[in-house]
Design a protein around this ligand. Sequence first.
Ligand code: C2E
Ligand code: SIN
Ligand code: SIN
Ligand code: FE
Ligand code: FE
Length: 405
Amino acid sequence: MDRDCYSLSNTEVVSILGTIEELNHLKDVDTILDNTLLEARKLAGADAGSIFLKDGDGLRFSYVQNDTLFKEDETNVALYADYTVPISPGSIVGYAALTGETVVIDDAYHMAGDLPYQFNPAWDQRSGYKTISMLTMPLGSFPERVVGVLQLINAKQDNKVSRFSETSRAYMPLFANHASLAIERGVMNRELILRMMMMAELRDPHETGAHVQRVGAYSAEIYRQYALMKGEDRNTIKRNRDVIRLASMLHDVGKVGISDTILKKPAKLTDEEFGVMKWHTVYGARLFLNKNSRLDEMSYDIALNHHEKWGGGGYPGRLSDIHADSGSMNQPKSGDAIPLAARITALADVFDALSSKRSYKEPWTDEKIFSTIEADSGTHFDPEIVAVFFQIIDVIKAIREKYRG
Ligand code: C2E
Ligand code: SIN
Ligand code: SIN
Ligand code: FE
Ligand code: FE
């Protein structure tokens, strides 16, 4: 097919509209970035691509796909690379964000000498990839609503890298423009959740935001690996992953009902205080009792059950057994009676709590953390989930680095 004919077929137009429509129904920003990039690459025939999102004065590297380096559905460390490019004319992505222009490059290693921007070969050098053609465009409308930059890399025709077609050059910026609405919504959802959690914990906002982001990301990656192992189909995995990430970020939202004196106590809680603290699971679950959506359902499951233990002995048990007047919590759940999403979040939460400084404890060494998790496999944690966690330990560590707060 000659892609250089400067027009889109009907099916291509329908496909673009369909994609944008679909993007609007998704919730979490990472899923929206994933879909945006996938569709953009499909439409432009690009081997790879990245999305940078505006973060303060810079552009934060936020998503990457690369058919040559890694498989789309695989958990990979590259996704959590952590760097920011200044919004300045010196870099290609900075230039696109600053000027609102689309930057087309046919050969990154042989660019004209008089351009304001330069190609940065750092990524290539680290990954062994060879960038040749690039199509870089701002996301959002210039100037006041630029939310980031979409960069497509290495257009492919007949399995060879070529320049980006005239069609792509003409239409991809339109796609980017529309996609940015969905991205903005995703960013807003994520920020809304972060704000809710800051209210809930009333700790240092920075610390809390990072904790919540980490637990969400750990849970999403553990879920993906677990579901792949179980032979779950790709669409189901993508859908659930989106929901579990957000729901898992909300696991401790019920702490909003716990007093500061207990929540911020810089020492070990007394038995009585811990008895009060346990109610954060119930308070959280009550927020989602309506269960209007899949997100409500999973948020309920996680808030209520993230302190249950695989072998029993956790809390709070079944909601119907809990009586506020007596304050009693009976009959902890165990095994499969604990929803999968809560079993996953339980491990993500404890791993993060042990890795972090709390008002009542210093961070543990990795050695101690990992031996504790192994020792608690089968008692506190679902052993299958512990196994999956160690399979993707490099990704887990990359997430911890990226959202280090
Ligand atoms: P969190 O700080 O997010 O901790 C989540 C879970 O990580 C804890 O659930 C526990 O299973 C594990 N964890 C955290 N720190 C340690 C630790 O030093 N040693 C061990 N072995 N496990 C740890 P848990 O115990 O149900 O606690 C729920 C929440 O209650 C905690 O959430 C925290 O907000 C609060 N909390 C628990 N113990 C204390 C304490 O001694 N002092 C204060 N101020 N808060 C506490
Ligand atoms: C980067 O990947 O570091 C930014 C590349 C660019 O300048 O466009
Ligand atoms: C799923 O497999 O549906 C996600 C986890 C859950 O609903 O418990
Ligand atoms: Fe909790
Ligand atoms: Fe927590």
